[in-house]
Design a protein around this ligand. Structure first.
Ligand SMILES: C[S@@+](CC[C@H](N)C(=O)[O-])C[C@H]1O[C@@H](n2cnc3c(N)ncnc32)[C@H](O)[C@@H]1O
Length: 642
């Protein structure tokens, strides 16, 4: 990025749906295009339109849902129509725009190109000066012709001179016609000339120009054989495109490259464009206190304009607009709902906790998923809502109270210390700390604040946490034995790579279907990487495709509590040496001292880690006794050993 000006402010801002056209990002008023051009969003008008419709994939037939027949949900139509109009203009304009931008671009390009090496464009477009000169000559010629026509004294010399002039005029006209033909040929073939490295246009902060170039390059890449210039390689175009995308959308180069290769070219741009548009506001009905129909009715009575989030959820509502702050209604304060992104319902739905189970939510603050788990358990069983960040557990506790959750234990451990803290869960959710590349529309700082090192550290942490999550589940659970891993990131390093690592390190788990009936399959190959074929069972969610935050969900079934020893584990490279997670946690825990009972065991002893019911019972009893003694002065007699 050396020497390149900082991205324009507007490029970083998440624009509201109705503002996704490039007017928002215009930086050079002197290059203001026609009104038609200004309406065109860069390639992703379609994505924007989807966003504007605010429809999850299964939402289409939601209108038919008779439970909503009563709904005073007028107004949603209006907003939709308004947005549609906006985007229809953008789409309608796009065809015309391509040509128009092409012209504009070529004009700029060739006006600035080296005189000596005038390309085809030099002949086609000529400079302003040349044009004036030609025009002057033409006028002179015309005057001459008319003057000569009016003269009576037509001697031979005069005739010859006039004839020569006529020939010259005809020749000039023919050349001009030829040049015009060339112009047309150029437009028809759509050859796109990349700017040279030293070209001034590379430094341009005129986002209009950058946007036009993005469109052109995408067009070339989509029809490379026909449209590429000379023997330019695909990489030449892609490297220019990546620079332009960084400039236009305001990402750092490292992240841009990471995200770009996840998608086919055009789709990548839809993704980046969708990140500029906020996702719909959604809430989750707290079924511990109310039902969705009742909640919807109460909110509608307050003038809130809403709809079910989609057929895939029985508890979600999408709020289009509200005359009252949706985070401060009496229903909110009474705990009838949680303000929660639609994507964040998915891992809990995949986890599918059953009544009376013991569930661990390993990274749970502020508790959107823990409280959903508690609701699905109908306040039976137990949810251990853990988070390593003590400050964040405050909002977790507040939400647990507000929503009337009575079966939760809040704890504050590094997740990697499990199952040393407590194990033998029926199900574990690991909604892992991640880079947040799925929620850029909410937090644009992600575009620039993550380095390569951050990604390495995150993926390392995620790998350690996923092993701890697996080890905390009891494979013998009668109803469960499941682990769900999720992130709000779309990068492969934080998703498929982590899951693949877990499969390698813990052959006692296998992937199973998430039970979610939409979402894209996880990658089984990505660039040079090849993953376990069962990773296709995992699911990816994208803002441009599902109109929800970018998300990833994987579900494992633990088939045995026995962790294979190193020698059984055929596929490990040196760096991935097998160490039971409890031992690792013990070392890490409090300056290398093994603080938990299980962590104190040697690697041999923890052959069969997972859940040790007696040990847990001991720990719980000891902690209850301590509590009774300190708070109520009651001293329990120690339990007689058998
Ligand atoms: C994606 S957020 C969790 C959101 C939460 N599941 C919800 O639905 O409200 C990730 C959480 O992981 C926590 N975290 C980070 N490192 C952790 C660790 N080593 N062990 C446990 N939690 C950790 C962060 O404090 C953060 O609250």
């Amino acid at each position: 990025m050396a020497g390149r000006p900082a991205p324009k402010k507007g490029a970083n801002k998440a624009a509201p749906p109705a503002q996704t056209n490039n007017n928002k990002r215009k930086s050079n008023p002197s290059k203001e295009p026609s009104s038609k051009k200004a309406k065109v969003a860069p390639v992703a008008a379609k994505g924007g339109k989807k966003s504007a419709k605010a429809a999850a994939p299964q939402d289409d037939s939601e209108d038919d849902d008779e439970s909503w027949a009563y709904g005073a949900v007028s107004g949603s139509d209006d907003s939709e129509i308004e947005m549609d109009d906006e985007f229809v203009s953008a789409e309608e304009g796009s065809d015309i725009e391509v040509g128009a931008l092409n012209d504009d671009f070529l004009g700029d390009e060739f006006a600035e190109s080296d005189e000596e090496s005038k390309g085809p464009g030099a002949a086609m477009f000529g400079s302003d000066d040349e044009e004036e000169e030609n025009q002057g000559e033409e006028e002179e010629d015309e005057e001459d012709i008319f003057a000569s026509n009016s003269e009576d004294d037509s001697d031979e010399d005069d005739m010859e001179a006039k004839s020569r002039k006529l020939d010259a005029a005809a020749q000039a006209e023919a050349e001009e016609a030829e040049a015009e033909m060339q112009t047309n040929i150029m437009l028809e073939s759509d050859k796109y000339v990349l700017p040279g490295e030293d070209h001034e246009i590379l430094q341009s902060t005129d986002l209009q120009v950058v946007q036009a170039r993005i469109q052109e390059i995408v067009r070339v890449l989509n029809n490379f054989r026909e449209m590429r210039e000379g023997n330019r390689s695909r990489n030449d175009y892609i490297s220019q495109l990546l620079k332009d995308l960084c400039l236009y959308y305001g990402y750092n180069e490292y992240l841009m490259e990471k995200l770009f290769y996840i998608f086919p070219v055009s789709e990548a741009i839809e993704f980046f464009e969708a990140n500029e548009v906020p996702r719909p506001v959604t809430i989750r009905t707290n079924t511990l206190k109310t039902r969705r129909r009742e909640l919807a009715q109460s909110l509608i009575n307050r003038g809130v304009n809403l709809d079910p989030v989609g057929k895939w959820s029985k508890v979600g509502l999408q709020v289009f607009d509200s005359p009252v702050p949706i985070g401060a209604t009496p229903e909110y304060l009474a705990g009838h709902y949680m303000l929660q992104a639609a994507s964040s319902f998915l891992p809990v739905m995949a986890l599918a906790p059953q009544e009376h189970e013991r569930v661990l939510d390993m990274a749970s603050a502020p508790g959107g998923k823990s409280t959903y788990i508690a609701a699905l358990l109908k306040n039976t069983g137990m949810v251990f809502a853990n988070d390593a960040n003590k400050d964040r557990t405050k909002s977790l506790v507040a939400n647990i109270h507000r929503l009337g959750v009575k079966n939760a234990v809040v704890c504050n451990y590094d997740g990697r210390e499990f199952p040393g803290v407590i194990g033998g869960f029926d199900r574990v959710l690991l909604d892992a700390p991640c880079s947040g590349t799925g929620v850029i529309s909410k937090d644009a700082s992600v575009k620039t604040n993550k380095s390569e090192q951050d990604f390495q550290m995150l993926s390392q942490l995620q790998k350690q946490l996923i092993l701890a999550a697996i080890d905390s589940v009891d494979a013998g659970s009668k109803t469960g034995g499941y682990i769900v891993y999720s992130t709000c990131s779309v990068t492969v390093d934080e998703n498929e790579d982590v899951v693949n690592y877990a499969l390698k390190k813990r052959p006692n788990v296998k992937l199973v279907s998430t039970g979610l009936d939409f979402g894209k399959e996880g990658f089984t190959r990505f660039r040079e990487k090849v993953f376990h074929p069962s990773i296709s069972l995992t699911r990816r969610y994208y803002p441009h495709m599902h109109n929800m935050d970018g998300f990833y969900v994987a579900k494992f079934k633990k088939v045995s509590n026995k962790i294979p020893k190193k020698e059984d584990n055929v596929d490990l490279d040196e760096e991935e040496e097998f160490t039971p997670i409890v031992e690792e946690a013990g070392k890490r825990n409090r300056g290398g001292k093994k603080s938990s009972a299980a962590a104190a065991k040697s690697a041999e002893e923890v052959d069969q880690i997972g859940f040790n019911a007696d040990e847990d019972e001991e720990l719980i009893r000891a902690s209850q006794a301590k509590l009774l003694q300190t708070q109520k002065g009651i001293k329990l007699r120690p339990k007689k050993s058998a």
